[in-house]
Design a protein around this ligand. Structure first.
Ligand code: AG3
Length: 258
């Protein structure tokens, strides 16, 4: 492949392009189109249904923020559930926490996991960790049926079009509430206030209906539409500012890029 541009289109009004040198993987799963490209400026990039899921250059922003905010708000998270996150980046960050004894990951699309294992070791590196229990299954069904309880649930999904659409739903969050311990926290990929405020608002309202403490936190990166993106935070007990203990971060000796 000679050098070409690969674009993500936003609402068909705007697009963001990557100069690429190679298409490393392309497949159509039962759920979506999965592609991995080698870019000139952003390392490798993963796209699902033409939406950029990650770039090697800035994935640290999203993965730091989805993981460490809830895992340091909760005083002692031992069990964590990741819904989605097939690239492995969220699990990688969760497993850096020494107090986490068990991390369950439920990803619907095996093709994403396999392609990332082969081509994006930067994020898939922790998928064979002994504390990780990876299951290829439907997260909606899992939260409805499991008897396990979790301290933290992380919903690492794509946009609510295609396979992730049912994740933006009251029923799903009722079930998450049910499988969280009494001091549990959920954090979900929360869309962009600039370009997708309707989806952001919808998700915030859903989380707000289920959880006594609910809020949005923003971050900026390069790859997601408009560069301003968010997570939705729902908690039964702990408040991310009032109950945050900076000493725990200090004591962990962990380092963060964002
Ligand atoms: N999850 C996808 C974030 C949303 C991206 N949306 C977009 N490009 N339109 C990221 C997966 C990383 N583990």
């Amino acid at each position: 492949m000679s050098q070409e541009w690969v674009y993500e289109n936003y609402n068909d009004l705007l697009s963001f392009g990557y100069k690429v040198s190679d298409r490393l993987f392309s497949g159509q799963s039962e759920f979506q189109k999965v592609e991995i490209y080698q870019t000139l400026g952003f390392g490798k990039i993963l796209l699902n249904d033409d939406l950029v899921m990650l770039t090697e250059k800035d994935e640290f922003v999203y993965h730091d923020m989805i993981t460490h905010v809830p895992l340091f708000t909760h005083p002692n998270p031992k069990s964590v559930l990741v819904i989605g996150g097939g690239d492995g980046g969220t699990a990688r960050e969760v497993l850096r926490h020494k107090n986490v004894e068990y991390c369950k990951m439920v990803e619907i699309d095996k093709m994403v996991v396999d392609a990332c294992r082969e081509f994006i070791p930067q994020t898939s590196v922790a998928l064979d960790d002994s504390r990780l229990d990876l299951e290829i299954a439907d997260g909606i069904k899992y939260v409805r049926e499991t008897d396990k309880k979790y301290d933290v649930v992380l919903v690492d999904s794509t946009d609510p079009i295609g396979p992730a659409a049912p994740l933006f739903d009251d029923e799903f969050y009722k079930n998450i509430y049910k499988i969280l311990n009494d001091d549990g926290i959920v954090v979900s990929q929360g869309e962009s206030a600039f370009l997708f405020s309707d989806m952001q608002k919808k998700l915030m309202e859903i989380v707000n209906r289920q959880f006594p403490i609910s809020m949005i936190y923003n971050f900026s990166n390069i790859a997601y539409p408009s560069g301003l993106w968010s997570f939705t935070f729902g908690s039964k007990k702990y408040h991310p500012l009032k109950n945050f203990n900076p000493q725990r971060v200090e004591d962990s000796s962990m380092e963060f890029q964002y």
